[in-house]
Design a protein around this ligand. Structure first.
Ligand code: SF4
Length: 376
């Protein structure tokens, strides 16, 4: 098994995949990492900002959406660490767990945790781990989250903690989840069980949305289980379409989860075909056809000047307003004009000044899956 200095194949960030599909360790081995997508790059930038601000113990007024999200993380960190008795205070901390404490040659995994703190409270050393999530999917609740458990276990061993509190916070969804781990032995037992399953040479792959989503074997179509499912679904797709409305709940959900996998694989395959067409013009009969993307007018003041015969109201009726841009511009103008001291205060006031004009958008209705299994 090859490792590199940044990521361990059995590290905390991949451990959920190993837990749900132990064969993924074997099937991903040796596959190259694909380039990070825009969401991953955005996440990296937000993480870097938060780490920098925690290091400096202060954050500037945010000017971009990413800075706003980073500020929410910074404020979360500040709230959670407002305790006397800090003995460890470390953003972006590498944590490692060895099967035999103190013997680095028995290292089972390592990973970089977004923040590690520890506080002496009533004579007990209490660890605090925070992990930022910046994506658009719900976070696994902390009590069931093996990534947090793996960080906690490494922190228990490294700092000889009495207890360890693990937090996940997602500023994009404004969701947080936390759990206090107290039994390092139970965590070690569970993680060792997962690791042993991963090492068994005949463990079959277990496809599922959670584990396959970022699996290299899935992204590179190297997983036999996914290929097989794909073939079966492709062969029976037209029959299945007709019976969806009469499937019982369990079957409907099973079908939904498998169909999502196929849909994702289609996206991955399409991106790869496009990439090959861009490289060599054609890919097994497919080629890229470029069509006009239409036009947009970005210079609105100039367009107004030219729009003879249209009064202001009719012209504005053709424009679309971005609430977040208006909020930022208005807040900046208020601060520059001396009405408010900070952008935050001005943005807060925005809601009351423009409140009567704000119309709620229809609520977002997303499906989330319940997970009731607890680790400890
Ligand atoms: S693609 Fe899915 S089923 Fe296959 S190895 Fe990866 S996680 Fe397991």
């Amino acid at each position: 098994m090859k490792t590199n200095p940044k990521h361990h194949p059995f590290g905390p960030s991949t451990m959920r995949r190993r837990e749900l599909c132990p064969a993924s360790l074997r099937l991903e081995d040796g596959l190259p990492a694909l380039p990070a997508g825009p969401d991953a790059e955005r996440g990296t930038r937000i993480h870097a900002l938060v780490a920098k601000w925690i290091e400096a113990k202060k954050a500037p007024e945010p000017e971009t959406e990413e800075e706003e999200l980073a500020l929410k993380c910074f404020q979360y960190w500040r709230r959670e660490t407002a305790i006397e008795g800090s003995v460890i205070d470390a953003p972006e901390q590498r944590l490692s767990y060895c099967v035999v404490a103190g013997q680095p040659e028995t290292e089972l995994y390592f990973g970089t945790c977004d923040y590690v703190g520890a506080f002496l409270i009533n004579g007990k050393l209490c660890g605090l781990i925070i992990d930022w999530k910046t994506g658009y999917s719900e976070i696994d609740p902390a009590p069931d989250n093996i990534q947090g458990a793996a960080y906690a276990l490494a922190a228990f061993q490294t700092y000889k903690l009495d207890r360890c509190e693990v937090h996940f916070y997602n500023p994009t969804l404004n969701r947080a989840s936390s759990h206090v781990f107290t039994d390092a032995d139970a965590l070690a037992e569970h993680i060792m069980r997962v690791h042993n399953l991963c090492l068994a040479p005949d463990t079959p792959p277990v496809p599922g949305e959670d584990q396959c989503r970022y699996c290299k074997a899935f992204q590179q179509a190297a997983c036999p289980a996914v290929k097989k499912k794909l073939e079966v679904i492709a062969e029976t797709a037209s029959t299945l379409e007709g019976v969806i409305s009469i499937l019982p709940d369990e079957k409907l959900v099973e079908f939904f989860e498998k169909a999502k996998l196929v849909a994702k694989l289609e996206g991955v395959a399409e991106a790869e075909i496009k990439r090959r067409c861009e490289d060599s013009g054609v890919c097994a009969g497919y080629r890229i056809k470029e069509t006009s993307g239409g036009f947009e007018i970005t210079d609105i003041p100039k367009a107004f000047e030219l729009a003879d015969g249209l009064d202001e109201a009719r012209f504005l009726g053709c424009c679309k307003l971005s609430e977040s841009q208006l909020k930022k511009a208005w807040a900046k103008a208020q601060v520059n004009g001396g009405e408010y001291k900070t952008l935050k205060e001005a943005e807060f006031a925005f809601a009351s000044v423009f409140g009567g004009l704000r119309c709620p958008k229809p609520p977002k209705r997303t499906l989330v899956k319940e997970d009731t299994k607890a680790l400890n």
